[in-house]
Design a protein around this ligand. Structure first.
Ligand SMILES: Nc1ncnc2c1ncn2[C@@H]1O[C@H](COP(=O)(O)OP(=O)(O)OP(=O)(O)O)[C@@H](O)[C@H]1O
Ligand SMILES: [Mg+2]
Length: 594
C-alpha cells in the first residue's frame, strides 16, 4: 500500500520512518478522511503499537512519519522455521495486547499479518500500519461496492465478502498467525488468491495437529475457534485466545510426557512396577506420578513373595494387554485413514501426444480448488475444482509435441501434491490400429478420447497386452514388422491441399473482459491465427510473475478459446496473458485489475 523510507531528522537527531501511501487518491474527500483516521491512530499510546509522530500530504500524496523499528518484522523471523513455543507465546501476547488496546479505543487494524508486526532490538513486538487498510478502502476504492482491503492469507471471511469489519476480523488474523507459527503453514495454502479467499469463506482449515503432531486436540480447538467463520463464534478478546492457547500448549507438553510413559515397553525390573501401574492409570494420576518422589523414597512393598509374584504377573498381563490394545487401535486407525485417503486414476494410462487424458480423483475436501500438474518436458498446469463430494474428473490435453516415455501427473492442493500417477506417452505410429477405418486422419482437435472405440490400440490397460505397445526405450525406432497378418494396402492418402492451412495473418489474443474488479474473476481468452493442430501454452502473468499455465490444442482454423482465473488484488494491477504455440506463433493480451 505504499513505500517505507528510513529517515533522519537532523534537528532532533532522531531516526524515523516515513510511510508514503501511493494508493490513496488525492481527492479532497480522501485527504480529509486520511487526516481524521490518522489523528485517531496517532492518539494511541501502547508499547505494542507503533508511534506516529506526524502525518501530512505532499503534492497530494499522504505520508506518515512513524517510529523507526530496527529489528525487522515477524515474517522474517518466521522464515527460519518453527519458533520455540515460549517465543510463540511471547510474540502472541505482544500482538494481542496491542490489538485489545486498539479495539478498546474503537480502532480496528484490518491488516494484521506478520509483515506488519515489527521487532524492536529487544524483541518487543510493535504493530505497524494500524487502520491503513481502512484508509485505503475509504478513499480511492470507495466507489466500488463490495471491495475490501487487507492481505488475503490473513483475511477474515467477513472482510473477504465485504461485510462490516470489526475487532473480530483482527482476532481471526491473529489466530491465523498463531496457526502459522505452530504449524509452519497458513490455514489455507491456496494456489492462488481466489482459492485462498474462497477458502476463508467456505472451507474448514486442516486441524493444526494434523500438520504438527506435537500439538493436540486442545490446541486444535482453541485455534479453530479463533478461525470460526462467524465473527460472534470467535474468542471475545485477543488475550482470551492467547491465554487459552497457552493453556492448551501446556497441556500438550504434559500429555506428551504421559504418552511416552504409557507407551514404554513391557516392564522387566520389579522396582519400577509402582510407576508403571500409575502410568496405566487415568491421566490425572499419571500426571501426579511424574511429580511423585523417586522410587527409593516409596515405602518398600509389604507383601510376601507369593503375593508379589502374583501381582507382578498381573502387571505383565495388564501391560501386555494395553500394548496389544494400542497396536490394534493404531492398526485400526491406519486402516480407517487409508480408507478415507484421497485417490486418483488416469483414463487412459497410455496416450499419444495430442490426446485428452481424464484425471479422476475422489475423497478430496469438498469444493477444493487445486492444480493438475503434468510433469513432462516442461511442467504444465491445469486447474480443477472438486465437487461437493470431493471428487472430480477432468480432461487434460497432452501437448502434441511432447516426447514419448513415462510422464508424471500430479494432483495438488493446499500447498502439496499428495496424489500422482504415471502416464505413458507413446508415439502415434507405435500404436497398432487394426480396425481403424481407412483414411481416418488423426483428430485435428486432439479431443478424441483415447480408449474410446475409435482407437482400440490405445485402450488396453497396462500389463494386459504389452505386445502391440512398444515402450519408448525400444531399441528399434519403428516396430516395422507389424503383426498384422494381412498387410492390406493402405488406401493411399490423396495428396490434396492441407485442410488446416496456417493463416497468413499474425497470431492475436483477446481477453474478455479485459478489466476485472479487485476481487478477481474469470476471463475468457480467445486466440486466432495460431498454427492449426499445434499445442498452445497459455500463461497468466500476475504483474510480471507467471502464476498459471495451461496447454490446449489449436483447432483446424487456427483458433482456440479457454478461460483463466484473474487473481484478485489489494491494489490495482496490470496483468498479462500470453499464448505461444509449438510452431512459435505467439500473442499476448492485457487485463487490468481495478
Ligand atoms: N516503522 C518501521 N520501521 C522499520 N521498518 C519498517 C517500518 N515500517 C515498515 N517497515 C518495513 O518496511 C517494509 C515495507 O513495509 P510496508 O508496510 O510498506 O510493506 P508490507 O507490510 O510488507 O505490506 P503492506 O504494504 O501491505 O503493509 C517491511 O519490511 C517492514 O518491515
Ligand atoms: Mg506494512
Amino acid at each position: 500500500m505504499g513505500s517505507v523510507y528510513r529517515a533522519y531528522h537532523a534537528q532532533l537527531d532522531r531516526t524515523g520512518a516515513v510511510k508514503v501511501m501511493h494508493a490513496i487518491s488525492p481527492d479532497r474527500d480522501s485527504i480529509a478522511r486520511f487526516r481524521h483516521e490518522a489523528q485517531a491512530i496517532a492518539r494511541m499510546r501502547h508499547p505494542n503499537i507503533l508511534n506516529v509522530f506526524d502525518f501530512g500530504e505532499f503534492e497530494g500524496t499522504p505520508y506518515m512519519i512513524v517510529e523507526f523499528v530496527p529489528g525487522g518484522n515477524l515474517a522474517g523471523r518466521m522464515n527460519n522455521g518453527l519458533l520455540p513455543w515460549g517465543t510463540v507465546m511471547r510474540f502472541l501476547h505482544g500482538i494481542a495486547a496491542g490489538l485489545d488496546y486498539a479495539h478498546a479505543q474503537g480502532i480496528v487494524h484490518r491488516d494484521v499479518k506478520p509483515a506488519n508486526v515489527l521487532l524492536e532490538k529487544d524483541e518487543t513486538l510493535v504493530l505497524a500500519d494500524f487502520g491503513l487498510a481502512k484508509l485505503l478502502q475509504g478513499s480511492s476504492l470507495q466507489s466500488l461496492t463490495g471491495v475490501t482491503t487487507g492481505t488475503p492469507a490473513y483475511m477474515a471471511p467477513e472482510q473477504v465478502t465485504g461485510h462490516e469489519v470489526g475487532p473480530a476480523a483482527d482476532r481471526y488474523s491473529l489466530a491465523t498467525i498463531a496457526y502459522e507459527m505452530l504449524t509452519g503453514s497458513i490455514p489455507f495454502e491456496g494456489q492462488g488468491v481466489i482459492e485462498l479467499l474462497y477458502a476463508h469463506v467456505h472451507s474448514e482449515p486442516a486441524r493444526p495437529s494434523s500438520l504438527n503432531p506435537q500439538l493436540n486436540e486442545k490446541v486444535d480447538a482453541v485455534i479453530l475457534r479463533g478461525l470460526a467463520k462467524e465473527p460472534g463464534s470467535r474468542w471475545a478478546t485477543c488475550e482470551q485466545f492467547v491465554n487459552a492457547l497457552g493453556k492448551a500448549l501446556g497441556a500438550t507438553a504434559t500429555a506428551g510426557i504421559e504418552r511416552t510413559i504409557a507407551m514404554a515397553p513391557a516392564p522387566a525390573p520389579v522396582a519400577a512396577a509402582a510407576d508403571r501401574t500409575v502410568a496405566m492409570a487415568p491421566a490425572v494420576q499419571e500426571t501426579e506420578s511424574l511429580f511423585a518422589p523417586p522410587p527409593s523414597t516409596v515405602p518398600p512393598p509389604v507383601w510376601g513373595p507369593a503375593v508379589a509374584a502374583k501381582r507382578r504377573r498381573r502387571l505383565y498381563e495388564i501391560v501386555a494387554g494395553a500394548v496389544i490394545l494400542i497396536l490394534l487401535l493404531v492398526i485400526g486407525g491406519i486402516c480407517a485413514a487409508a480408507d478415507l485417503q484421497p485417490t486418483m486414476s488416469l483414463d487412459p494410462t497410455i496416450a499419444v501426444p495430442g490426446d485428452t487424458v481424464d484425471v479422476i480423483a475422489s475423497r478430496l475436501p469438498a469444493d477444493q480448488f487445486g492444480q493438475i500438474q503434468l510433469h513432462s518436458d516442461e511442467t504444465l498446469y491445469f486447474t480443477f475444482q472438486a465437487g461437493g463430494q470431493g471428487d472430480f474428473r477432468q480432461g487434460i490435453v497432452i501437448p502434441s509435441a511432447v516426447t514419448t516415455g513415462i510422464h508424471m501427473v500430479k494432483v495438488c492442493w493446499a500447498g502439496s501434491c499428495p496424489l500422482q500417477k504415471q502416464l505413458r506417452i507413446v508415439a502415434p505410429e507405435t500404436v497398432s490400429n487394426p480396425t481403424s477405418s481407412a483414411g481416418a486422419s488423426p483428430s485435428p482437435s486432439g479431443s478424441g478420447k483415447p480408449g474410446a472405440t475409435t482407437t482400440p490400440g490405445r485402450s488396453p490397460q497396462p500389463g494386459s497386452s504389452p505386445g502391440p505397445n512398444p515402450t519408448s526405450s525400444s531399441p528399434s525406432p519403428k516396430p516395422s514388422p507389424k503383426p498384422s497378418p494381412k498387410p492390406t494396402p493402405r488406401p493411399s492418402p490423396t495428396p490434396t491441399t492441407n485442410p488446416c492451412p496456417t493463416s497468413a495473418s499474425a497470431a492475436s489474443l483477446n481477453a474478455s473482459p479485459n478489466t476485472v474488479l479487485l476481487v478477481g474473476g474469470t476471463v475468457t481468452i480467445t486466440g486466432t491465427h495460431f498454427t492449426p493442430n499445434k499445442s498452445v501454452t497459455i500463461t497468466y502473468y500476475k504483474g510480471s510473475t507467471p502464476v498459471s499455465t495451461k496447454t490446449l490444442t489449436v483447432a483446424c482454423d487456427g483458433s482456440f478459446s479457454t478461460t483463466v482465473n484473474a487473481p484478485g488484488a489489494v491494489l490495482p494491477r496490470t496483468d498479462h496473458v500470453t499464448a505461444t504455440d509449438t510452431a512459435g506463433r505467439t500473442a499476448s493480451a492485457t487485463i487490468s485489475i481495478v
